[in-house]
Design a protein around this ligand. Structure first.
Ligand code: ARG
Length: 457
């Protein structure tokens, strides 16, 4: 197969080098975006008087046919033609003859590849936003049904204070909403057109870059041809959004893995989402959640990999930049799969409310016993110390806080009265936390209503 640069060269490309430098095995994923941008480029060339109407028409028709072949899976990509761009360009000349060779006028693969990637990212982010919405809906549905389920909260994985389970689910919804904003920022960054920047310096044909950008649905035109061809920050932004979303999914996965253990017993996963053991008959393993947690590693790796590729690159385009694609594609595929998997898990989750509520009280009520004294005028530090002494007394006696009598309380502080005993109820404790964003029924109910409205449920 001839190379476009054969005029300059006196020997054939080494076969190993051909394989080493090719990207078509993975960048073929950009084929339809490549054709879309070629069509916009052809229109721009025609507008600039570089192509006649007939020439432009022939090229566009040829490109559309190739798009059809690709969609049907009948197009043969050749490694010897290096990348998706040259594969399509050469196929065009094969199909429509000489005029096809005019397509690459006033364009370089450097502005071409950045354009394809930006178009691809925009489409992918729209898909991811839809998936994220589905995930948040699953969380809100769980929240709707669990406003009255009281669970322990944990800090340092030690029981902290009783909370409403709905409050917990809404916490994750908030995190995924922030991820939505991260993806929207990445979308905005990708939504700028590099086409017409050429290899680095701009193009010596009077191309109307604003027209091209408009044809391709870009919101803005990149203002500097050097930046337009050398920068891959728009990919970093996507990779970061994927990494952050993966991290949140992984934390949620970790909680659910713990909660589904016999020791916690807070939730049960449906059989259809679990796997068994080849040796231990009793096992039902949360592999889906473990894989969500595990795959977060590659999302981080992909971000780190591109950051490292970019570090120290001299301006402007360098072939190193070809290494941007595999991390990008991998992160996009991984995050889509993980969001889908988590949505399935949440939709199939059984909540064991009794077990949660059994665990919700106990020592997580000690803050309330301290604050009771504060309300009676004792400085918080002293109240904290009194409640601390009660805790060690209970531990020594092997008693639960719920078993405390008024006499026992009074032996630690004369400020305790009959109504202090009412505090020894996790539900009461939760409802006392009535600040905005807190876990009281009033606050959580409000937040659930807002979430239902925002998610259009
Ligand atoms: N496959 C290349 C990439 O992904 C396309 C651009 C190649 N440009 C070049 N001048 N070699 O970066």
């Amino acid at each position: 197969m001839e190379k476009p640069w054969e005029g300059r060269f006196s020997e054939k490309t080494d076969e190993f080098v051909e394989r080493f430098t090719q990207s078509v095995s993975f960048d073929r994923r950009l084929a339809l975006e490549d054709i879309r941008q070629s069509i916009a480029h052809v229109k721009t060339l025609q507008k600039a008087g570089v192509l006649t109407q007939d020439e432009a028409k022939a090229i566009v028709e040829g490109l559309n046919k190739i798009a059809e072949e690709i969609e049907k899976g009948g197009f043969e990509f050749k490694e010897s033609l290096e990348d998706v761009h040259m594969n399509i360009e050469f196929a065009l000349a094969e199909r429509i003859g000489q005029v096809g060779k005019k397509l690459h006028t006033g364009r370089s693969r450097n502005d071409q590849v950045a354009t394809d990637e930006r178009l691809h990212i925009k489409g992918q982010i729209l898909e991811i936003l839809e998936l994220l919405k589905g995930l948040r809906k699953a969380l809100v549905k769980l929240a709707q049904n669990t406003v009255d389920v009281i669970v322990p909260s944990y800090t340092h994985l030690q029981k902290a204070q009783p909370i409403r389970l709905a409050h917990y689910f809404l916490a994750y919804r908030e995190m995924f909403l922030c991820d939505e904003e991260r993806f929207m920022l990445a979308y905005k960054m990708a939504d700028r057109s590099p086409l017409g920047s050429g290899a680095v310096a701009g193009v010596d044909f009077p191309l109307d870059r604003f027209f091209t950008a408009h044809e391709l649905g870009f919101n803005r035109v990149l203002r500097n041809s050097i930046q337009a061809t050398a920068d891959r920050d728009y990919i970093l932004d996507v990779l970061y959004a994927c990494a952050s979303t993966g991290m949140h999914l992984s934390r949620l996965a970790e909680d659910l893995i713990l909660w589904s253990s016999e020791e916690f017993g807070f939730v049960e996963l449906p059989d259809r989402l679990c796997t068994g053991s080849s040796i231990m008959p009793q096992k039902k393993n949360p592999d889906v959640l473990e894989l969500i947690r595990g795959k977060t590693g590659r999302l981080y790796g992909n971000l780190m990999s591109l950051l490292t590729t970019l570090k120290g690159l001299p301006m402007a385009y360098n072939r190193d930049l070809q290494e941007d694609k595999e991390p990008l594609f991998d992160s996009l595929d991984t995050i889509k799969a993980c969001i889908k998997a988590m949505t399935l898990v949440l939709d199939g989750l059984t909540i064991k409310a009794d077990r949660m509520q059994q665990q919700a009280g106990g020592f997580s009520l000690m803050t309330d016993l301290a604050n009771y004294l504060v309300q009676k005028g004792l400085p918080f530090r002293e109240a904290h110390s009194v409640a601390g002494k009660i805790t060690s007394y209970l531990l020594k006696e092997g008693k639960k806080p719920e078993e405390l009598t008024l006499e026992e309380l009074k032996s630690f502080s004369s400020l305790y009265e009959e109504d202090a005993l009412k505090l020894l109820d996790p539900r009461v404790s939760a409802d006392r936390r009535n600040t905005y964003g807190g876990t009281s029924k009033e606050q959580v109910q409000k937040q659930v209503e807002i979430a239902i409205r925002e998610e259009g449920l």
